[in-house]
Design a protein around this ligand. Structure first.
Ligand SMILES: [Zn+2]
Length: 146
């Protein structure tokens, strides 16, 4: 493993809209979904080929668990493309777009990018993180046309 790599997370404007829209749609609960993209040398490149809104199996405003069927569907579509699930997003309805202690505890895949969308303020805030061995590092998010 090449240390604590911090790829840029590249989202197109329409992917961004889909992620944020799903978060608003999930209110008052936290919403979640998966990011699919290419992997090179065991690391996500930061490119995203697909965003997959998922059900929050917890149906909770404080926690989330990606629904098992939605996870399976996203991994099949990733596989069909030669890509992998490279991250997960979820919303924070009333707190910062920053990993909570629960988020850090539940972050099991060191390759994943953890995207958090805060809906606390009038305008949404989207930030992305790597979480490894309990350490949090922010990834730069680049929005691209498309
Ligand atoms: Zn959280």
């Amino acid at each position: 493993m090449s240390g604590f790599a911090l790829p840029l997370l590249r989202l197109t404007a329409s992917q961004y809209q889909r992620v944020v829209g799903h978060c608003y749609h999930g209110l008052p609960d936290e919403a979640c979904g998966l990011l699919v993209g290419p992997v090179a040398g065991g690391e996500a490149t930061g490119a995203v080929s697909g965003v997959y809104p998922a059900r929050n199996a917890d149906a909770s405003s404080r926690t989330y668990t990606v629904d098992g069927k939605d996870f399976l569907r996203a991994s099949r579509e990733a596989e069909a493309r030669g890509h992998e699930i490279v991250g997960v997003w979820h919303s924070h309805t009333h707190t910062d777009a920053y990993p909570s202690p629960t988020d850090v505890r539940q972050a099991v895949d060191p390759m994943w990018v953890y995207v958090i969308v805060s809906l606390r303020d009038e305008a949404p805030t989207l930030r992305a993180f790597r979480i490894r061995d309990g350490a949090i590092a922010e990834c730069q998010v680049v929005l691209e046309a498309g």
